[in-house]
Ligand binder design. Structure first.
Ligand code: ATP
Length: 333
């Protein structure tokens, strides 16, 4: 069977954009394949420097995926930091990875471009080695599990090519003894949903315009009510497609009711306030049962830590086996 690996960032509290754009499609795809999920906590260390926040984010992100339906009996969920073989493999891979390849990585180049634009004398200002090595660590995440497929967004395509390149270099040198399967990206083309945030730009933690997925009900209602709208009076016709509230509604409302709402807005007679109440109801109806599970998992002595520990055991059975073959192949056994 083919193995799928999904990396989950632990850099912040999940929002409804993450849910619609990443969590839901990943869980739907996982139903039909052999899937591993890992919480990329050491990747997050590059950006999250507050230990309490990082600790909270790791639990919160794991609890979110479990609450949304990730089944830990059918799939393996583990923390990257629980699998030391990842880091050992990363060192081994660094010996077959050209520095030039890393120099060309998008995230690193983007940081240098920003410094150049700002007129900084040091183009590497603010770049830590974690950012520079990110694609290498990601290759280790993937290869240590002998992954065949990695479902990712288009923005990760280069990282996937790097993982394949690095695997190829290793196989070229040591293939007589051991070869990695060459991993491939799986891209959800075309219909990948992008949800707008409360200010109309892409919903993103960096823009601070998110609707957190598991906001308590009363705070969710308040946040939805605060989404800015224009001042078209209730009775006048409105353009649903220029409204953030309506765009968000399309991801949560049933198709028939949505079509009816569109008609009412276009005809005039439906106000933004009513539309917001409808959006709140639609989100809340979908989210409420998951929120209950999430809150239970977030309690200090919930089964969450046990689930992650069990996942780590299963992940390590696999990574140990792979690393043993790799060490033998390179002559460090
Ligand atoms: P940051 O601002 O730190 O980059 P983010 O809020 O944009 O964070 P990410 O952590 O970059 O979210 O994204 C995690 C996953 O959620 C990715 O697969 C991404 O495609 C998806 N995602 C993020 N924002 C949206 C959005 N507004 N609509 C749909 N999917 C989204």
């Amino acid at each position: 069977t083919k193995t799928f690996l999904t990396g989950i960032q632990t850099s912040g509290e999940p929002h409804i954009g993450n849910y619609v754009g990443a969590i839901k499609p990943a869980l739907a795809a996982a139903e039909s394949s052999d899937t591993l999920y890992f919480l990329a906590d050491y990747h997050s260390l590059n950006t999250v420097k507050d230990p309490d926040r990082l600790r909270h984010n790791i639990r919160s992100v794991a609890a979110t995926w479990l609450a949304c339906g990730l089944d830990p009996d059918r799939t393996v969920i583990y923390r990257q930091s629980s699998v030391p073989e990842v880091f050992e493999l990363s060192v081994i891979l660094s010996s077959v990875t050209g520095k030039g390849l890393m120099n060309r990585a998008h995230a690193y180049k983007a940081a240098r471009d920003r410094n150049a634009e700002a007129g900084s004398a040091d183009l590497d200002a603010g770049v830590n080695m974690g950012l520079f090595n990110y694609p290498l660590l990601m290759a280790a995440d993937i290869l240590v599990m002998e992954t065949d497929y990695v479902p990712v967004g288009r923005d990760q395509a280069q990282h996937l090519e790097y993982a394949a390149d690095i695997a190829g270099s290793f196989n070229h040198l040591y293939g007589a003894s051991y070869s990695f399967p060459i991993p491939q990206g799986v891209y959800n083309e075309g219909d990948a949903a992008v949800l707008p945030g409360t200010d109309g730009r892409k919903m993103s933690k960096s823009y601070d315009n998110t609707i957190p997925l598991f906001l308590p009900e009363n705070r969710l209602r308040k946040l939805v009510r605060r989404i800015p709208t224009d001042s078209t009076p209730v009775e006048e016709p409105k353009n649903p497609d220029s409204s953030v509230v309506f765009q968000l509604l399309t991801h949560f409302e049933e198709p028939a009711r949505l079509a009816e709402t569109r008609k009412r807005l276009e005809a005039g007679g439906m106000g933004w306030g009513e539309l917001k109440d409808q959006l709140f109801e639609a989100i809340n109806t979908e989210v409420a049962p998951m929120r209950v599970r999430y809150e239970r998992l977030m309690e200090p002595d919930s089964e969450l830590d046990g689930i992650l520990a069990a996942g780590a055991v299963r992940a390590r059975e696999r990574s140990r086996r792979v690393l043993a073959k790799v060490r033998r192949a390179v002559g460090i056994d």
